[in-house]
Design a binder for this molecule. Sequence first.
Ligand code: FES
Ligand code: FES
Length: 227
Amino acid sequence: MSGKPAASERCNRKRRCFAPSLARIFRFDKGDVPLLSFGIARYSAQFHAVIFAVQDSNMSYKLTVNGRPATVDAPADMPLLWVLRDIMNLRGTKYGCGIGFCGACTVHIGGRAVRSCQTPVAAAVDAKITTIEGLSADGTHPVQVAWQEIDVPQCGYCQAGQMMSAAALLAKTPKPSDQDIDAAMNGNICRCGTYIRIRQAIHKAASLSAPKSSSAAEAASSDRSGR
Ligand code: FES
Ligand code: FES
């Protein structure tokens, strides 16, 4: 049998092929192509202009940072990190990875340690935000005192984030075990490897902030550390 299709098959194929009809409907001359391209580009540009306008439009946000009210104009999706550093000039909070992995940008929102690089400013409205500058007015927060006494930092870049995570841990767990510390500080990276001193400083801060002579508090504390 030859490979050539029968006449009836050739006829069917022709009927199923839409190419000639489409060519008749959308018949462009060469000269139409620039006009068509211009139309597509124009609509595309208008579409993108709308998208960028929505993304770039600033809004006013009322924040409470370190106990002080502040109003900032920023796009809704601007990370809190950039609002703090670039708009409010609070440069103690550091930019490390920008993707939530290093902890250098840690601040407190409502007492919880959060990554400010991953927190849009719109999500921080009406919440109490604390940065390293607001941990205490005079450097007497137990974490600050312990960090100095143990001489924790090496290059220092990660330490604001480390201290904010440590302070949040101690607020929740006043007498943390090594395991508590490791779990809470797990996401804070130190390229200088100061982890051992960080752990010592957290224990030191816990001892500094522990109540001096309350048997009830001691009992509660030993309950917690007896895990
Ligand atoms: S800069 Fe935010 S987690 Fe690294
Ligand atoms: S002290 Fe250098 S990165 Fe931690």
